[in-house]
Design a binder for this molecule. Structure first.
Ligand SMILES: [Zn+2]
Length: 221
């Protein structure tokens, strides 16, 4: 057996062992998953040359020079992996709840989705403008989500918290009205009527990540 074949066999056994361990033991699965997630970070940890090197006496100018250097490196990497030339066609409004990760929900959203996060998925005029801008830029589906076990919904039902967070609670109370207001904006209304845009109102099951559409807004076809 050559050294190369030996290495390939050892690697094969290692992978097989890991797969078996993952299948047989939830604890092994947890550790292997965590190890894979950490692998990239740990590889970078060793490269102290690329660290933000400083002591506490660093000046703002020096911080900026370092930041530019890091960016130069990132831009150099980007050069090898050009980003998609395609424009996002989906915009998602979701609660800021940390359990919800839009990429876990629908796949890799980087560069492919506009994602707007607010507590309780509230839709103030500022977010309405953000989503309208996204439509002008080519978005064809907007998914307005809420989710189960939402802390902002719980706060809206709690007299003490209502008093403590009046601005958020008033937006929570107006949530449905704000959605109607958004859909009635001329750009949005016309895009829906022309069949260029659909809006889905959906509820995320926080425990399963399943997206259940409750209401759909689209043209009559
Ligand atoms: Zn929430």
């Amino acid at each position: 057996m050559t050294k190369k074949t030996g290495c390939a066999l050892a690697f094969g056994f290692l992978v097989l062992g890991l797969i078996l361990a993952v299948l047989l033991s939830p604890r092994a699965e947890f550790i292997v998953g965590g190890g894979l997630v950490n692998l990239g970070f740990r590889l970078q940890d060793r490269l102290s040359h690329f660290d933000f090197e400083h002591d506490e006496s660093i000046t703002p100018d020096q911080v900026w020079v370092e930041l530019e250097r890091q960016n130069e490196l990132a831009a150099g990497v980007r050069n090898f992996f050009p980003r998609t030339v395609r424009h996002p066609v989906v915009a998602v409004l979701a609660c800021m709840d940390a359990r919800i990760d839009i990429s876990e929900l629908v796949g890799d959203t980087r560069r492919y989705y506009y994602v707007v996060r607010t507590a309780g998925s509230v839709l103030s005029p500022a977010e309405q403008e953000m989503l309208e801008l996204a439509v002008i830029n080519g978005v064809k589906i907007i998914v307005l989500t809420t989710h189960t076990d939402c802390a902002a919904e719980a706060a809206a039902a709690d007299p003490e918290l209502r008093e403590k967070f009046p601005a958020l609670i008033s937006l929570m109370d107006e949530r449905e009205r704000r959605v109607e207001e958004f859909i009635a904006r001329p750009t949005i209304r016309d895009a829906i009527a022309e069949g260029k845009l659909q809006i889905k109102q959906a509820r995320i099951d926080t425990s399963t990540d399943r997206l259940v559409v409750d209401i759909e807004h689209h043209d009559a076809h």
